[in-house]
Each structure stands twice: as structure tokens, then as C-alpha cells.
Design a protein around this ligand. Structure first.
Ligand code: NAD
Length: 305
């Protein structure tokens, strides 16, 4: 694990950068937009909530622009990115942040099996992030490269009882990073994912008091915003300068965010693979993955479903 601390001198790299962010009306998204604009970035953000978004847009005018956008709707996301590109002529940073959690346990014995459960968590958290990543990659390529930051959760890698669908959706967001970063990095697009633990937003209403009583670590939305900005700026320093604790190139990383601090955990997971998978399994796995990634290897693309 590497403790990553923001190097404030890298904040200058945000000046005039164009950022597209989903889920900006409240919480982590809102705090990230405020920090980005404070440091000179132009942000075009989407959300389904209009009043709070319009208020933020007016506060930060002309640096922030709101576009009504349901992240689970592909045309809405196309429109969000197109608005940013048409206005600014480029997109440098994409933050896939929109998310919800539905705290009803559809696996509870008492739940009615005849009622089809809501899959909105999958639609917004996972499908919406895939849409942001796909459209974001297109515009980042057109701009010569940039940064894609995905917002997962502690539920992106850890067991979280009672939140099965949310947990599955957030594991999927980590999967976007793992599926994409190997091919994105050579295109000069860095893909990273952050996994916040408990953060004081409306998402955690209900569990707050007990949490504070136990004296467990809490993030403020601004702390998680800092973690997003760490990912978005780590590779933007001159002469190899980066954030304290970060290893370059800063791509394919996963940040655990707890108690206001950011910790990179993906590198150590990889380093320890021979330990938890077994040396021989790990060696053979590397050979198989190298084959799949090698030039000329292709899945049967004629299959249809
Ligand atoms: N608060 C936490 O403890 C915590 C922990 C881990 C991860 N997260 C993640 O952080 C992200 C931000 O959540 P938050 O804690 O700031 O909560 P929040 O509810 O304050 O913010 C979520 C934002 O997403 C927006 N949104 C919801 N559905 C949308 C849709 N279909 N299209 C576009 N926007 C939509 C909401 O209107 C809101 O502005 C989420 O992805 C969440 O899963 C939060």
C-alpha cells in the first residue's frame, strides 16, 4: 500500500483543462467540480437533479456548465460530452461519478420473489460508467489523450452484506479500469479508479450516527474530490514530478480513500499475486494473459448473440 498525498504544485496543471463529470449536483461530484473550477478548469457536468445543479452552475459561472443528463441513458451522455467538446474544442479529464445505492435487500427472505427487483444501481453505477468510459475515450483520443477517473467504492472489492446489487455494480466499475487501462495507456489515456469508504453525503443517511459513535474513519466530500484530482493530475507534472507516494505512470491504479486519506492498493495486489495465487499459477496466468494481449490474437468476432 502506498499513501498518496497531494502535491499542491500539480494543481496548476488543471488550469484551462476541460473536464466532463457525471453526477455533479451534490456530494462528491459537487465538491470535485468546486475544486476543479477553483484551480482554473472548465467543467461540464451532468445530473438528473436540476435545481441544485443550476445553483452550482450559477455559483461557478462561467467555469461550470450544467447539462441535464441521466447517466444510464446513452443519448444523454452523448449530448453531455458533445456539449463540452463543441464549447471548448477538447476534453482532457473525464470523471464517472454518478451513482446511487438502494438500501433494500432484494435477497432478504421476506422480499417478494414475484416482483422483479429494480436494477437501477446496475444501470446507473455500472452501465452509466461504461457509457462514460466509452464516450469519454472517444473524446480523450480526439484531444490527444487525458485522464479517466472512475468512482467505485469500498464495495468495489470488499464484501458488503445487504448491498448485493450495489456491491456487484461497484465491482464492475473496478472491472472497467482493469479491462481498459492496458490498451488505453499506450493511447496516452490514463484510467484509474477510486474506492471511497464512508463519506459524509446523503448516500450514507441512516448509518451515520452509529458510525460516528464507533469513532470509525470518515471522509468529507472534499477529501474524495482530492483523491479524484490526484488521479487526474498525477501524470501532469514536469520532469517526473508527481504526488508524494505515487508511482509513474499513474495508470491502472486503485485508490482506497478512508479518513480523508488516499492509499494506492492495486500495485500491491499485483505484487502479492504469487503469494495468494501460488507461484506456479501466477506464472502460467501471466503467460496466458500475454498470449491474449499479443498482436494477432483475436476472439471469434463472427459470433452473435
Ligand atoms: N458517500 C459514500 O460513502 C460513498 C462511498 C463510496 C462510493 N461512493 C460513490 O460516490 C459517488 C457519488 O456519491 P455521493 O456519496 O456523492 O452521493 P450523492 O447522492 O450526494 O451524489 C450522487 C450524485 O449522482 C446523481 N445521480 C443519481 N442518479 C443519476 C443519474 N441517473 N444520472 C446522473 N446523475 C445521477 C445524484 O443526483 C447526485 O448528484 C457515487 O458513485 C457513490 O456510489 C460514495
Amino acid at each position: 500500500m502506498a499513501h498518496i498525498q497531494l502535491n499542491p504544485s500539480l494543481l496548476g496543471a488543471l488550469s484551462d483543462k476541460v473536464v466532463v463529470l457525471t453526477g455533479g449536483a451534490t456530494g462528491i461530484g459537487r465538491a470535485t467540480i468546486q475544486e476543479l473550477c477553483k484551480n482554473g478548469a472548465n467543467v461540464v457536468f451532468g445530473d438528473v437533479v436540476e435545481d441544485a445543479s443550476r445553483e452550482l452552475e450559477a455559483d461557478l459561472s462561467p467555469k461550470a456548465q450544467f447539462v441535464k443528463c441521466d447517466s444510464s441513458n446513452y443519448s444523454d451522455q452523448l449530448n453531455l460530452f458533445k456539449t463540452a467538446f463543441d464549447k471548448h474544442g477538447r476534453v482532457d479529464i473525464v470523471v464517472a461519478n454518478a451513482g446511487i445505492s438502494i438500501p433494500q435487500d432484494i435477497f432478504d427472505q421476506a422480499s417478494d420473489i414475484t416482483q422483479e427487483p429494480s436494477m437501477k444501481e446496475v444501470d446507473i453505477n455500472l452501465v452509466g460508467s461504461i457509457f462514460s468510459a466509452r464516450i469519454g475515450m472517444h473524446y480523450l483520443r480526439r484531444s490527444g489523450g487525458g485522464d479517466l477517473v472512475l468512482v467505485s467504492s469500498i464495495a468495489g472489492w470488499k464484501e458488503c452484506g445487504g448491498l448485493v446489487t450495489y456491491t456487484a455494480s461497484k465491482h464492475g466499475v473496478v472491472g472497467i479500469m482493469r479491462g481498459l487501462h492496458l490498451t488505453a495507456t499506450p493511447e496516452n489515456i490514463r484510467v484509474n479508479v477510486i474506492c471511497p469508504w464512508m463519506t459524509r453525503t446523503r448516500m450514507v443517511l441512516g448509518i451515520e450516527k452509529g458510525w460516528y459513535d464507533q469513532n470509525l474513519p470518515v471522509n468529507e466530500p472534499e477529501d474524495v474530490a482530492r483523491s479524484i484530482i490526484i488521479c487526474a493530475t498525477a501524470n501532469r507534472g514536469t520532469d517526473g514530478q508527481t504526488h508524494a507516494g505515487a508511482r509513474l505512470p499513474f495508470a491502472g491504479k486503485m485508490l482506497h480513500v478512508a479518513g480523508g486519506e488516499s492509499y494506492e492498493i492495486e500495485d500491491e495486489l499485483k505484487n502479492l499475486e504469487p503469494f495468494w495465487l501460488g507461484t506456479e499459477n501466477s506464472k502460467i496466468l501471466a503467460k496466458g494473459q500475454a498470449y491474449l494481449a499479443s498482436e494477432g490474437t483475436s476472439w471469434d468476432t463472427t459470433k452473435s448473440y
